[in-house]
Design a binder for this molecule. Structure first.
Ligand SMILES: *[C@@H]1O[C@H](CO)[C@@H](O)[C@H](O)[C@H]1NC(C)=O
Ligand SMILES: *[C@@H]1O[C@H](CO)[C@@H](O)[C@H](O)[C@H]1NC(C)=O
Ligand SMILES: *[C@@H]1O[C@H](CO)[C@@H](O)[C@H](O)[C@H]1NC(C)=O
Ligand SMILES: *[C@@H]1O[C@H](CO)[C@@H](O)[C@H](O)[C@H]1NC(C)=O
Ligand SMILES: *[C@@H]1O[C@H](CO)[C@@H](O)[C@H](O)[C@H]1NC(C)=O
Ligand SMILES: *[C@@H]1O[C@H](CO)[C@@H](O)[C@H](O)[C@H]1NC(C)=O
Ligand SMILES: *[C@@H]1O[C@H](CO)[C@@H](O)[C@H](O)[C@H]1NC(C)=O
Ligand SMILES: *[C@@H]1O[C@H](CO)[C@@H](O)[C@H](O)[C@H]1NC(C)=O
Length: 815
């Protein structure tokens, strides 16, 4: 009554104040029909009925979201069957939900204040959706709904346990969309062994997200950290929890366990007035807990998905071959610890269930290996965190459960019998007799080639011992060593083979001139077409780039990166052999009128997205963090189906996990694509590539070269021109006129918008590639770009000779 009364009293002058009421004291109450609203107007508390149900529940929902999206329910087990509900705070600090018809308490928060006489409790709905009870004027919460969640995990909430008070925040699904009664799916932090996130179906494990690896939960298929959401994991003596925060606090997001058991992250798209699914943890078959049984390994790329770990075999082959995997695998050979065994590495996996694990966060991998070797009940070990080069020690006892392959994840070292260790390396060659013979022959020929090679190198060294080493020689040693170390599957091509395939490097076969020498097209005897990059003998600078390229590209594999087939180094010749790209490079299409019609809009959009995915792989998804540094249309090759492939890794740099920025005295790259901070200060980061990407996007859309662009009226470059059109609301004019028929306007506009975001002056204003990829995939609202960076003509050395055309390197001194 009090609330209503005061509302009516001030209804004319203080309507807003009234509507925004966010607190109640002991002498006030919220009746069915009235609400509390958080100060930022995002959340609202009151009585509601879900769906077609007539039962009334006290809950919290988003104020301006329709259909009503409830994030918390008080009396989820005890509905009120009529509209007599009352919500109030008791003198002792308890929140109560009372059925007005018979005054029975249907729900109580069971709080009790320390001192009843001196403290006046107040209940408040905070702007983050947390309903709290606190002493009037104090900031200490006596009770908070964030400690007693229902099915929804909001930003700022702690998903996990308070180890001191014992509060365990579990997320329990609704029974159905129309009944908040606790359902069977429960998300929680398991703290037996090393903490890990679990979802149970009833009392049975359903999905396991795995332990935190420093950047994400080890079992998440994709790293979902980016510029939209940031993650935090805290684990100390007092508490263990996971928390997420949207970068922009006014973007509404929630994670919840649906009545069907899906673990979903949703983001509210204001423009469309609807929730958009951002991620779903357990969509695939391998997400099912323990699908492949003990010592089994699940891989979505295989069929069937289950296999045994190296050194293990199906426990029950009949069931196993009938895709009944729950019995799992057993050792091929029983282990004879501590002398008859060793450790088999299982690469890129989600670590096994850590409930039976032991850990020490200070130990290194080496110490971990020793500790595990010494203790025969240790079945496997691994690093805890993979960031910063790996740290911490996790050791397992008992069966290894719920392992799956995940790209670019952790390595696990599993104890197996010595005999199984050896077998795993030679098994592939011992299958069939025929294969054995072939293998023997090839091993022999490799040996002969190897001996010859060594002999040549020795002779060479002898001959030149007194002379200064030539670049080619240094590279021989270094990269044969690198190749050996990395165990890559690169083929060696002989000079004769290459020479023959390219018609003795004839001019007719020349495709162009690369950064460090000419590129030739070749056809091998088996009909395969190749592209040969030949290091010119005089290029001292080229040598480093050449080595660099070999180092990087050999380790990378992605459908949007050009594939290295092998190398050749013989005498003073050094060559890289690539798959041949019949359609050459992107610039030949977009900038040349007669060919540009081949690329209609849908192909262009496909290329724009393909480049983004290739770059994302370089920046984040590959085993290394790599900045390309010379991204440009001429370095994007097109295969027969016009799929884009990033090439030319001569200037690429690898970053360590924690490094984000580096500085160089020697600025290299191509004018028109270099970001301002790189050109001027020599600092580069992944955002340097993002800038170049933005330029390429605008070039693809406009069909104009940034460097050569000039607009009739003003002396704008392409970026400024695009921005001016964007601001005027006529961005579509940027799009090549002769292609307007084929275009989908929304895609063109989105591309221009993203392109502009990528070419922002400050690196921090540019999105990461993971956001860019997401921006294409999702119909979300994009941030507004500011005026882009642009080099007004003359702000850079205009001596074009140092930027000789297209493929050549540029060298600028920092100012
Ligand atoms: C009181 O009334 C509510 C109706 O909303 C009902 O659910 C509840 O069972 C009743 N309790 C008692 C003790 O009668
Ligand atoms: C607090 O209030 C509730 C409901 O009125 C009551 O059940 C409980 O006993 C009270 N606790 C204390 C400590 O007074
Ligand atoms: C409060 O205590 C009562 C009686 O012990 C219990 O039935 C009820 O579930 C508790 N409420 C909450 C919200 O824990
Ligand atoms: C959860 O378990 C129940 C039986 O306990 C089963 O019927 C249901 O299919 C399971 N849910 C899923 C998604 O597997
Ligand atoms: C945050 O999002 C809101 C709504 O989407 C938007 O209006 C605002 O500009 C954004 N703020 C920032 C800093 O991006
Ligand atoms: C596995 O095979 C055995 C017999 O070989 C059979 O009795 C058992 O039911 C099978 N297990 C499952 C889970 O199918
Ligand atoms: C780990 O190292 C920290 C500081 O380096 C130390 O305080 C802590 O006691 C160590 N913990 C263990 C388990 O050795
Ligand atoms: C070996 O490991 C087990 C399980 O982790 C542990 O209980 C036991 O104490 C360890 N033994 C030694 C000697 O460290």
């Amino acid at each position: 009554m009090e609330v209503l009364g005061s509302c009516v009293l001030f209804v004319f002058s203080f309507l807003a104040t009234c509507a925004a009421k966010d607190t109640i004291t002991v002498d006030q109450a919220i009746r069915d029909g009235e609400t509390l609203v958080s100060t930022n107007e995002m959340y609202e508390l009151g009585f509601f009925s879900p769906g077609r149900s007539t039962n009334r529940f006290l809950g919290i929902w988003y104020k301006n979201v329709s259909p009503q999206t409830v994030v918390w329910v008080a009396n989820r087990e005890t509905p009120i069957t009529d509209s007599s509900g009352v919500f109030k705070v008791d003198t002792n600090g308890s929140l109560l939900v009372i059925a007005g018809t018979n005054d029975s308490v249907l729900w109580s928060s069971n709080t009790s204040l320390v001192s009843l006489t001196t403290i006046i409790p107040v209940a408040q709905l905070l702007s983050n959706g947390n309903l709290v009870v606190r002493e009037n004027g104090e900031e200490i919460f006596v009770w908070q709904s964030f400690d007693y969640p229902t099915d929804t995990f909001l930003p700022g909430m702690k998903f996990g346990k308070d180890l001191v008070s014992g509060i365990d925040r579990r997320f329990v699904s609704w029974k159905s969309l129309e009944d908040p009664y606790p359902g069977q799916y429960v998300g929680f932090m398991h703290t037996d062994g090393f903490p890990q996130l679990f979802e149970d179906n009833g009392s049975v494990p359903y999905t396991r997200l795995g332990p935190w690896n420093g950047g994400t939960f080890n079992g998440l298929a994709k790293h979902i950290s980016n510029s939209i959401i940031t993650h935090k994991f805290v684990f100390n003596d007092k508490e263990v929890y996971y928390m997420y925060t949207p970068v922009n606090s006014s973007v509404m997001s929630r994670v919840y366990v649906s009545p069907k058991g899906n673990f979903l992250t949703m983001i509210w798209i204001d423009k469309l007035r609807k929730w958009s699914q951002y991620s779903n943890v357990n969509t695939d078959t391998c997400g099912r807990y323990g699908l492949c049984g003990p010592y089994g390994k699940c891989n979505m790329d295989n069929s069937p998905v289950c296999s045994c770990m190296e050194g293990f075999e199906p426990r029950n082959p009949v069931n196993w071959s009938a895709s009944e995997w729950s019995n799992g695998c057993r050792r091929r050979t029983p282990i004879d610890c501590p002398n008859g065994d060793g450790f088999q590495v299982v690469k890129n996996i989600k670590l096994p269930d850590t409930r039976q694990s032991w850990y020490n966060r200070n130990m290194t991998l080496g110490e971990c290996a020793n500790a595990c070797k010494r203790n025969c009940s240790c079945a496997a070990y691994a690093n805890i965190e993979i960031t910063n080069g790996g740290s911490g020690c996790l050791m397992w006892s008992g069966d290894l459960m719920d392992v799956r392959t995940i790209d670019e994840s952790q390595d696990l070292y599993v104890r197996v019998a010595k005999s199984d260790l050896k077998e795993s390396t030679s098994r592939s060659t011992s299958n069939r007799r025929r294969r054995t013979i072939i293998a023997a022959v090839s091993i022999l020929s490799i040996l002969i080639i190897g001996i010859l090679f060594i002999a040549i190198v020795c002779a060479w060294n002898k001959k030149k011992r007194s002379l200064v080493e030539t670049p080619a020689q240094t590279i021989d040693k270094e990269y044969s060593m690198e190749i050996h170390e990395d165990d890559t599957e690169l083929s060696y091509f002989s000079l004769t083979t290459i020479s023959k395939s390219t018609n003795d490097f004839s001019d007719d076969n020349k495709l162009g001139e690369g950064g460090f020498g000419p590129v030739y097209r070749g056809v091998l005897d088996d009909g395969r077409e190749i592209a040969v990059k030949r290091l010119s003998k005089t290029s001292r600078q080229g040598l480093n780039e050449f080595k660099n390229e070999l180092k990087f590209i050999a380790k990378l594999q992605h459908r949007n990166l050009v594939k290295l087939l092998g190398y050749c180094n013989q005498g003073d010749e050094s060559m890289l052999i690539y798959e041949y790209m019949p359609n050459k490079s992107l610039d030949l299409f977009i900038f040349e009128l007669n060919r540009s019609s081949i690329l209609d809009w849908s192909k262009r959009f496909h290329i724009i997205q393909g480049i983004a995915r290739g770059l994302l792989y370089l920046h984040q998804d590959s085993r290394f963090k790599i900045v390309h540094r010379d991204l440009k249309a001429a370095n994007i090759l097109l295969d027969a189906d016009l799929n884009p492939k990033i090439s030319d890794f001569g200037l690429a740099r690898m970053f360590r996990e924690h490094e984000n920025e580096a500085n160089t005295k020697r600025v290299v790259g191509t004018l028109g694509y270099i970001s301002p901070e790189y050109a001027v200060e020599g600092t580069y980061s992944e955002k340097t590539d993002v800038f170049s990407y933005g330029v390429i996007v605008l070039e693809i859309v406009s069909g104009k070269k940034n460097r050569e662009f000039s607009h009739e009226k003003d002396r704008d470059n392409l970026l400024t021109h695009a921005w001016r059109l964007y601001v005027k609301g006529t961005a579509l004019e940027l799009f090549s006129a002769h292609m307007r028929d084929s275009c989908i306007e929304s895609e063109v506009l989105r591309s221009i918008h993203i392109g502009l975001l990528c070419v922002q002056h400050h690196a921090k204003d540019r999105p990461t590639m993971s956001s860019v990829v997401l921006m294409f995939d999702q119909d979300s609202v994009l941030p507004q770009p500011k005026q882009p960076a642009f080099f007004a003509k003359g702000s850079l050395p205009s001596d074009n000779s140092s930027f000789a055309n297209e493929v050549t390197l540029t060298t600028l001194e920092p100012r």
